[in-house]
Design a protein around this ligand. Structure first.
Ligand SMILES: [Zn+2]
Length: 157
């Protein structure tokens, strides 16, 4: 992916320098601030601060590992359950018509954060390069990460 010269990308690169965002979010008691929408026994779910679409969450284990083969069976199982919950919630809230679900492991695979494995769940719509039109048509129109956070948190509760 090419570097895009946009202010939020600069912030993204700043954050990459300042430690593991997943461990920070997992350990902090500031779920609203960190956009952590769901906590389980082994894994948690948070909104992507730099989403591909407005419906983009990440599911990660609490434990710091950058390798899916290092996940325990309970961690992998809970990750799968949370991915499923994310899909259900996003279908209902945002009327997603499809999903990209996956792990980018290692920089060669395009992972932004290589140190802490996480599964992306990205809601998609037919012709969703025109995401705002889709939203306008369905009148969901979440305008900010905070609003999406509140909607998802309520749905997942
Ligand atoms: Zn970590």
């Amino acid at each position: 992916m090419k570097h895009l010269s946009a202010p939020w990308r600069d912030k993204y690169f700043d954050m990459k320098q300042s430690g593991c965002i997943f461990c920070k979010a997992a350990k902090a008691k500031k779920d609203a601030e960190n956009l952590v929408v769901l906590r389980g026994a082994k894994c948690f779910m948070m909104l992507n601060l730099f989403p591909y679409t407005n419906a983009h969450v990440m599911v990660a284990p609490y434990r710091h590992t950058g390798d899916v083969t290092m996940l325990s069976a309970p961690e992998a199982a809970e990750m799968a359950v949370m991915v499923s919950k994310a899909v259900s919630a996003m279908k209902k809230l945002f009327h997603c018509e499809g999903f990209n679900i996956g792990v980018n492991q290692g920089a060669a695979a395009g992972a932004g954060f290589t140190a802490h494995t996480h599964t992306h769940v990205v809601g998609r719509w037919k012709g969703d390069t025109n995401f705002m039109t889709t939203l306008a048509a369905t009148r969901v129109a979440p305008s900010s990460p905070q609003k999406i956070y509140r909607m998802l948190k309520k749905e997942l509760a």
